[in-house]
Write a protein that binds this ligand. Structure first.
Ligand SMILES: C[S@@+](CC[C@H](N)C(=O)[O-])C[C@H]1O[C@@H](n2cnc3c(N)ncnc32)[C@H](O)[C@@H]1O
Length: 73
């Protein structure tokens, strides 16, 4: 899946280079500097914890998780 938003410093174009360094893993994916979440959306982990210091950004992702139909309107 592609990121939901375009974000300054996003890593979408770097995914082919980054993937070399991502081990196979089970369990929870943890992304403390989420931003546009390029790697998260590429990996599509089943369980994840995401975080970002940008409050508006986190409100947006909470809206996606908790109230997508309303957010979409
Ligand atoms: C370049 S973006 C991250 C790119 C993203 N990981 C990706 O895969 O596309 C960096 C993010 O780190 C966040 N950030 C910077 N300092 C932070 C901090 N101390 N705690 C949490 N998030 C922080 C910024 O708000 C920004 O959204």
């Amino acid at each position: 899946m592609k990121p939901m938003i375009k974000y300054r410093g996003g890593k979408s174009k770097e995914i082919p280079n980054i993937m070399w360094h991502v081990p196979r893993f089970t369990g929870r994916y943890i992304e403390p500097f989420f931003g546009g979440g390029a790697l998260f959306f590429y990996l599509e982990p089943r369980q994840a914890i995401i975080n970002d210091i940008n409050v508006k950004l986190m409100k947006f992702y909470r809206g996606v998780r908790d109230d997508y139909s309303n957010l979409r309107k």
